[in-house]
Design a binder for this molecule. Structure first.
Ligand code: NAP
Length: 547
């Protein structure tokens, strides 16, 4: 196989006599792909990473919309594997902004000299497993074909932007942007009339900042959102110094948390029903004042029991009524569904923004958008005009970026066929019929319900250890067994069914994408998952066929 890029480290590596370009082909140069490359290189493997963007950072490369910020605290949302790295890097805020996280990603790439093995502006279009040679052949948008013994999809969970197919969309003559594909050069909103569709995490973060930048903002809301204050602040030097003085212990305490974060947030082990009305209010108020997504962890049963959940809903509903001056707007902003079954959002001045004279809320839940017009959009009763239309309409989450690559496994079966009734994996890492292919933070792993970077590290280390293990023993392929997949899918479902998570139309279920099969995709509980992955290894890769 010929390879024409001088900046790529090449094997050739041997696979029982077969020559391949590299040992491992990795798709994506976000936090997962970058660490995969680094770890494999450390183990002596040749790797090639393909990345559609012009730079590293994945999610944080694409999501440059105004106000983009992480909802996991910066001292936690960072690589933990390298003590010197975590000591050297200085975070400036409690929650990092997108530009700061992108600088960190670039620093990581420079520090470990990663770029020489990453081919940018190159999209992987297809990948096929050659059963005779046990090799993956990967075709890219530049016309190249690269062979590797292993194939890793490190494409992220929220990287396939979803733009609704609204009639007339081609007719809009102004600027149209999606928050998840925000132009690198930015969008000048000064003096503009802006329309924004969507009030999920991206919309809730963007709306207050856009409102400050533009002349007029119209927010088209289909479902009102529960959001609690982030309480972002500059990061206190004392706090950073303190955590750095005991970073390993800090990380280890977080590894034991269900979401791999928040070990230092006060914990309670009682039901919301077991306390007096006064104590319940006080505790929810404390969580509201502290800020952050762990608002829902104030009691053990908020996400388990509908009547417990109702108390937390009501608390937020009351806050909305207190913050928003116009009662009609407050009422439109008030959600009625289960709190937390759609991802809880944390915000800075979201509800306050609707008190601004230049912001208008339009409820497109009761009266849907009919069409996009040349100068705006229309509902049944009204025409709206604006210069810029922002889609904050989310992603084809967890599976979108995997399914847009034509991946063919054994017997000509494609991943699209395999997952036609929803994604099925073993451990969220592997798929029967697709030997030597791995997914980092794939469906069926804790991924989006955890601190993503920590979950990514655990996956990358598991995958690279697996590859070494195979090589040390002279094995050529590893493939999940169908019965292991079956049991794993049941396990993921049964965990979710014990909670309120499946009870509303969320992207966790794929409900935001028309026609997508509804399956609760992430697995609840990080520590149990890690134990299971470790056990599989201890039992010589139980649930897999290795040969
Ligand atoms: P999202 O949560 O899926 O929200 C999409 C929004 O668009 C929803 O309000 C949805 O309404 C609306 N929408 C979609 N199609 C529509 C249509 N045809 N008409 C009207 N409204 C429509 O997407 P997101 O806000 O991009 O967030 C996705 C995830 O990314 C988050 O949950 C989070 O995990 C991650 N994220 C994190 C951060 C952070 O760390 N702070 C920031 C941004 C994103 P419905 O609710 O009615 O479907």
């Amino acid at each position: 196989m010929s390879v024409d890029s001088p900046d790529i480290t090449l094997g050739p590596s041997s696979n029982r006599g077969e020559f391949v370009d590299v040992d491992v082909v990795v798709v994506g140069a976000g936090f997962a792909g970058m660490y995969m490359l680094h770890r494999l290189r450390e183990l002596g493997y040749s790797v090639r990473v393909f990345e559609a963007g012009t730079g590293v950072g994945g999610t944080w490369y694409w999501n440059r919309y105004p106000g983009a910020r992480c909802d996991v605290e910066s001292l936690e949302y960072s690589y933990s594997f390298d003590e010197k790295l975590q000591q050297d890097w200085e975070w400036t805020e409690r929650y990092s902004s997108q530009p700061e996280i992108l600088s960190y990603a670039n620093h990581f790439a420079d520090r470990f000299d990663l770029r020489r093995d990453i081919r940018f502006e190159t999209r992987v279009e297809s990948s096929a497993f050659d059963e005779d040679r046990n090799i993956w052949s990967v075709r890219t948008s530049d016309g190249g074909l690269t062979s590797g013994r292993f194939f890793v999809m490190a494409t992220g969970c929220l990287s396939s932007a979803a733009t609704p197919d609204i009639e007339g969309i081609q007719e809009f003559s102004g600027t149209m942007v999606h928050t998840g594909q925000w132009p690198k050069e930015g969008v000048d909103l000064t003096g503009m009339r802006v329309g924004i569709i969507g009030t999920g995490s991206s919309g809730v973060q963007a709306i207050p900042v856009i409102a400050e930048q533009c002349d007029e903002l119209i927010v088209f809301q289909r479902t009102p959102q529960y959001t609690v204050p982030a309480r972002n602040t500059p990061l206190q030097v004392e706090r950073q110094t303190d955590v750095k003085s005991r970073y390993r212990d800090f990380r280890e305490a977080n590894f034991l948390m269900p979401q791999a974060l928040g070990a230092e947030v006060p914990k309670y082990d009682d039901s919301i029903h077991d306390v007096s009305d006064e104590e319940r209010r006080e505790r929810l108020q404390e969580a509201w004042d502290r800020g952050g997504t762990l608002f829902l962890a104030s009691f053990t049963d908020v996400l388990l029991d509908e009547s417990a959940n109702f108390h937390a809903q009501d608390f937020v509903r009351e806050k909305i009524g207190e913050i928003v001056s116009d009662p009609e707007t407050a009422s439109k902003l008030t959600p009625e569904h289960i709190i937390g079954c759609k991802r809880l959002v944390i915000d800075t001045d979201y509800f306050e923004t609707f008190n601004r004279p230049n912001v208008r809320l339009v409820d497109v839940g009761s009266e849907p958008i009919q069409r996009i017009t040349e100068s705006g959009l229309s509902t049944q009763s009204e025409e709206f005009q604006f210069d810029v239309l922002v889609f904050a309409t989310g992603f084809d989450a967890m599976t979108g970026s995997i399914l847009r690559v034509d991946i063919t496994g054994r017997g000509g079966m494609t991943i699209q066929e395999k997952w036609s009734a929803g994604p099925r994996t073993y451990l969220g890492l592997t798929v029967p019929g697709f030997p030597n292919m791995f997914t980092v933070s794939g469906p069926g792993s804790p991924s989006v319900l955890t601190n993503m970077i920590i979950s990514i590290e655990q996956h990358v280390e598991w995958i690279s250890d697996c590859i070494s293990w195979l090589d040390e023993r002279g094995y050529v392929t590893i493939e999940a067994k169908s019965e292991a997949e079956e049991a794993w899918v049941d396990h993921v479902n049964s965990k979710a069914e014990r909670t309120l998570f499946p009870s509303c139309n969320s992207w966790y279920l794929g409900a935001n994408v028309p026609g997508k099969t509804r399956v609760f995709m992430p697995l609840l509980g990080f520590p149990g998952y890690v134990r299971r992955c470790d056990q599989v290894v201890e039992n010589n890769y139980e649930g897999f066929v290795v040969q």
